[in-house]
Design a protein around this ligand. Structure first.
Ligand code: NI
Length: 182
């Protein structure tokens, strides 16, 4: 296993649409090695998720581990269906955009259809912060970064360095906005 270097914003791989994997590719031993690397890299960088393009592999696979004590979920060739379009806002971060936080509004409840490690179809329904984590990761597979989804308004600061985020924007206990770093 190996910890991979993470592509940072500006690297073209982060803007490519990742290609889907065939059943043969999913079942190949080399893919298991890759997933181990992806997982080890996510843990080493302290992320709650990581998508393959972030380690310079433009293939449609991501790992999500949220809540942090949950089993990691590997999603291959995933598709999102929005179940509740009511928007929720969270401050997001990304290992490919270090030191930055951004307030992003996304649908609050989604279903994700995907293939598992055995190339079998699976489905998971997530809401709240978990829904934001999945949408952030799956955006990476479309070449989309969270900063693309920030809504700018005069007088508002929806993008912030981590230090200023902590000082001015970190949620108080009773706010419903959380933070995300993946
Ligand atoms: Ni990210």
């Amino acid at each position: 296993m190996a910890i991979r270097k993470i592509a940072r914003m500006g690297h073209p791989v982060l803007r490519q649409k990742a290609r889907e994997l065939s059943r043969e590719e999913i079942l190949a031993p080399a893919f298991k090695t890759f997933l181990n690397d992806l997982f080890e890299t996510m843990v080493d960088y302290d992320g709650v998720g990581l998508a393959a393009p972030q380690v310079c592999e433009s293939i449609s696979v991501a790992i999500v581990q949220y809540p942090v004590d949950a089993e990691p979920v590997v999603v291959i060739n995933p598709k999102i269906t929005v179940l509740d379009d009511k928007k929720q806002g969270y401050w997001e971060g990304c290992l490919s955009i270090p030191e930055i936080r951004g307030l992003v509004y996304r649908p609050r409840k989604i279903k994700v259809d995907y293939l598992d490690l055995h190339a079998n179809p699976q489905s998971v329904t997530v809401e709240g912060f978990g829904a934001t984590v999945f949408q952030h990761e799956l955006d990476h597979l479309d070449g989309v970064l969270f900063i693309d989804r920030i809504e700018y308004k005069p007088g508002a600061s929806p993008v912030s360095f981590v230090e200023e985020y902590s000082r001015y924007h970190a949620p108080k206990e009773d706010d419903d906005v959380g933070e995300l770093d993946d």
